[in-house]
Design a protein around this ligand. Structure first.
Ligand code: PMP
Length: 384
């Protein structure tokens, strides 16, 4: 980096690396947990008509309060979770990343601390640090599973850190693990004056009987649940994420958002998509089926998968994750090396994509296998 630029850059940002999942033009892209299904024709038509209509009015700023979108998102959440979410409880941004940024801008900052339980979504620390908030890397891992987080483990770390913000992710990226609600309840109880953010980006893919933390919002004014249209709704390119929380908390986010942060086309695309949610969400069941097939077949191949409630699977048993990542890429399949030794993460795609991935895994020479001791034990040791 140019010396003058490096010298002027905030000291806490020097030497940091930006988010950088590879965007490569390969036949099978299963590395960023997108929805592999293209937007269906009826939704394309509705989006096109809605955007055409907004084009006439682009001389004007959009509705700063995105009122219609909030109403639509609240109605969607009510139908999905059975919880009586009102439009005043909903906030939206350009992806849930921006929604998370608004939260940290409003409730973090220099001198404040955020705690997360690693491995979790890699953007939680990056977003946190952009605001000068101190990040504390907590750990997951219980005797029953290296990537589990139970109430006791979470509460011990909350008590030790006394954070202003706690991030939990359910289903968790990159492990796929959903939390039981007692963990969220215990964290809120242990940190009664802290913001507790439950990132539910993958909630729609959870297996039956996995309740949303939306069911806990009532009476917990510092609890926030974030969601996105990038995954189940197959709209990653539109950049729309949202949250549900206490109306006063939502109100506070107005202090940090840029005016008119959600463009008219963005609002129009999101609204058209929600109005056609049935067409878009049919892919969810198909993706869950492929996810379960990946879990079953990888187990059969001797690469232990972590049980998943998301649209991806983390699996281990690899001698060298980077080498296997490259070998799969050489076979036209892009997966994610999330930095956990001996593990890779793969998104559940279409049946064809999933088959190509599984065939590539089955074809790998034996040298890709980890013949050492229990892989979970090793991952735990690597993080110790
Ligand atoms: N949370 C989690 C757990 C994620 O995995 C992602 C995207 N990979 C996001 C939030 C952000 O997604 P977006 O900004 O597209 O809503």
């Amino acid at each position: 980096m140019n010396e003058a630029i490096e010298n002027l850059l905030r000291a806490d940002l020097r030497g940091r690396t930006p988010y950088g999942a590879p965007q490569l033009d390969v036949p099978v892209r299963l590395n960023t947990n997108e929805n592999s299904y293209a937007v269906p024709d009826d939704v394309v038509a509705a989006i096109t008509a809605a955007v055409t209509e907004t084009a006439r009015h682009l001389n004007r700023y959009p509705d700063r309060e995105f009122t219609e979108l909030r109403e639509a998102l609240a109605a969607y959440l009510r139908s999905q979770t059975g919880v009586g979410i009102a439009p005043e409880q909903v906030w939206a941004g350009n992806g849930s990343n921006e929604v998370l940024l608004h939260l940290v801008q409003a409730f973090g900052g220099v001198g404040r601390t955020a705690l997360g339980f690693t491995p979790a979504y890699s953007m939680h620390p990056i977003i946190t640090r952009t605001t000068g908030t101190t990040w504390v890397d907590g750990l997951r891992g219980t005797p029953s599973g290296v990537f589990d987080l139970d109430a006791g483990l979470a509460v011990r770390q909350v008590r030790a850190t006394q954070p202003d913000i706690v991030f939990v992710c359910s289903p968790n990226n990159p492990t796929g693990t959903a939390l039981t609600l007692d963990v969220v309840e215990a964290v809120v109880e242990a940190a009664p004056t802290s913001l507790v953010v439950v990132d539910e980006a993958y909630a729609e893919f959870a297996r039956p009987g996995t309740p949303s933390a939306m069911t806990l919002l009532e009476g917990r004014p510092l609890l926030v649940v974030t969601r996105t249209m990038s995954k189940a709704f197959a709209l990653a390119g539109a950049r729309v994420g949202y949250l549900a929380a206490d109306p006063d908390l939502v109100d506070a986010l107005r202090l940090v958002r840029m005016p008119y942060h959600l463009s008219d086309p963005t609002q129009a695309v999101a609204l058209a998509a929600i109005r056609h949610d049935a067409s878009l969400l049919v892919t969810v069941e198909a993706i869950k089926g492929e996810r379960d097939r990946i879990v079953a077949e990888l187990a059969g191949l001797g690469y232990p998968p972590v049980p998943s409630d998301a649209n991806f699977v983390l699996y281990g048993g690899l001698a060298d994750a980077r080498e296997t990542w490259q070998a799969l890429l050489d076979r036209g399949v892009l997966v994610r090396d999330v930095g956990i030794p001996h593990h890779l993460r793969v998104t559940a795609g279409t049946p064809e994509e999933t088959s190509t991935f599984l065939r590539a895994m089955a074809d790998l020479p034996d040298s890709h296998r980890q013949h050492a001791r229990d892989t979970h034990q090793q991952a735990l040791e690597a993080r110790a």
